[in-house]
Design a protein around this ligand. Structure first.
Ligand SMILES: Cc1cc2nc3c(=O)[nH]c(=O)nc-3n(C[C@H](O)[C@H](O)[C@H](O)COP(=O)(O)OP(=O)(O)OC[C@H]3O[C@@H](n4cnc5c(N)ncnc54)[C@H](O)[C@@H]3O)c2cc1C
Length: 416
């Protein structure tokens, strides 16, 4: 296989790769990395900016996933290229689960943790918080193994693709659990703003989808407790009697099971089903993480300028993510409200809208999602652990084999 990926999944960003190597063994990865002067590992290509860009790409798609249960059934170890969908199939066979999923199961685990990808839930950390161990291939081709509790582990998990090739990830698992999902429609802005915390606390995982229109939109509750006492309404929003897609007008068949029926965690924690197109496909995404204390004020600030960006929105979403201790995580030390935009695929218009949004959100110190579109430079400066991360990168990648322009400008603030 010699195909050179030309663009990201959404075809909104064109890579500059001249070649792509597809090794089929760990030893081959080590040799390739040792020989290369610069190399970028590609995950499932679901990011929307230049984070994964470079000249020589490395794909782990030909490596076996080699999933294995470890630590008396409390952890699972898999190849970094494994997708959450593939992981879920393996865990099903062992009656196990992970704590949460992003909106789609199609993304690779190593790529997702690189950018602190998250789902929702007041008590749920982002997906990187489930990482208990990592294996990296570093610049000289040697292996670095690290476990939770080791020095600098918390700097290595949200790795931004900067530290080496993540060839294996160990994740915490738990006994499998059931989830049921119900959608509530017609939530007003007044009701959302007056009851933001109560709304987001109403289930294990809650998403509020919005078009930034007259009404706030729909509340998606994902509950773990087996009960049939779903309320008829939540803060004035009424329970949907038919299945919905997060983007109004798209086929709900692609969305996960709803209408309050309980079933496997992995069939409901994501919004989109494996084997179907997630989201819309022709799109761009942005997302801003705001400390929970500023959540309602941040939404109000955006409502004041919504005419400047709403026409470009296919779907917006509010989610909550619990605080963690991972150095480059936007949730480091802070529970966040995460304000997401799925835009139409018009990069110049989206860049202009993102700049307006960033201006309006500036008083609330927003941290953009590492893998999505934003316009502010040197985001790394907003992270109190940047200097530690830079020292870690100096140790793990002294030759800058895994760097690219995006990392230098956006994270480390060099030449930006
Ligand atoms: C339809 C859609 C829905 C989404 N939903 C969500 C969501 O619900 N929540 C959320 O937070 N985000 C979401 N995202 C964003 C997405 O989860 C992130 O951009 C994520 O990083 C993508 O992972 P990937 O495997 O595609 O990584 P890529 O985009 O391929 O790469 C991202 C970074 O990871 C590095 N990388 C990848 N694999 C490795 C490896 N094995 N070793 C070392 N470095 C590696 C790359 O070099 C790059 O730096 C969504 C994106 C799309 C397109």
């Amino acid at each position: 296989m010699t195909q050179v990926p030309a663009a990201n999944w959404a075809e909104s960003f064109r890579y500059g790769f001249e070649d792509c190597i597809y090794p089929s063994s760990l030893d081959a990865v080590r040799e390739i990395v040792a020989r290369a002067s610069a190399i970028k590992t590609l995950g499932s290509r679901h990011s929307f900016n230049a984070i994964a860009d470079g000249t020589l790409a490395l794909s782990l798609a030909e490596l076996p996933i080699d999933a294995a249960i470890e630590a008396d059934g409390t952890q699972v170890s898999v190849g970094g290229q494994c997708t959450y969908g593939e992981l879920a199939l393996f865990l099903q066979r062992h009656g196990l689960a992970i704590h949460n999923l992003a909106s789609l199961p199609h993304i690779s685990i190593a790529g997702a943790i690189a950018t602190a990808t998250h789902g929702s839930g007041d008590g749920n950390g982002n997906l990187a918080t489930a990482v208990a161990g990592l294996e990296f291939v570093v610049g000289d081709g040697s292996l670095v193994h690290v476990r939770r509790g080791d020095a600098d582990f918390e700097g290595m998990v949200v790795h931004l693709g900067a530290l080496g090739v993540v060839t294996r990830v160990t994740l915490d698992v738990q006994p499998e659990f059931d989830i049921a999902q119900c959608v509530y429609e017609g939530l007003s802005w007044d009701a959302l703003l007056a009851n933001l915390d109560a709304t987001m606390a109403a289930a294990y995982s809650v998403s509020v989808f919005t078009q930034w229109a007259e009404k706030a939109g729909t509340v998606w509750l994902k509950r773990t407790v087996s009960a049939d006492d779903w309320p008829a309404e939540i803060h004035g929003a009424t329970r949907a009697t038919v299945k919905r897609h997060p983007i109004i007008g798209l086929d709900p068949e692609n969305a996960t099971e709803q209408l309050g029926r309980y079933g496997r965690w992995s069939d409901r924690l994501a919004h989109f089903k494996m084997g179907f197109t997630p989201s819309s496909g022709a799109e761009i995404q942005s997302e801003y993480h705001i400390a929970r204390t500023h959540g309602a004020a941040a939404i109000e600030a955006l409502l004041k300028i919504r005419d400047r960006f709403a026409p470009l929105v296919q779907s917006g979403e509010f989610r909550t993510v619990a605080a963690d201790r991972l150095w480059m995580s936007p949730q480091y030390g802070n529970d966040t409200l995460s304000i997401h935009f799925t835009w139409v695929r018009d990069q110049p218009a989206v860049d202009a809208a993102a700049a307006e949004i960033e201006k309006a959100l500036a008083p609330f110190a927003p941290l953009p999602h590492w893998g999505k579109v934003f316009t502010r430079n040197h985001i790394g400066a907003a992270y109190e652990n940047l200097a530690r991360f830079a020292r870690l990168r100096d140790r793990m990648d002294p030759e800058r084999k895994f760097s690219n322009t995006w990392l230098e400008e956006v994270v480390f603030g060099v030449g930006g």
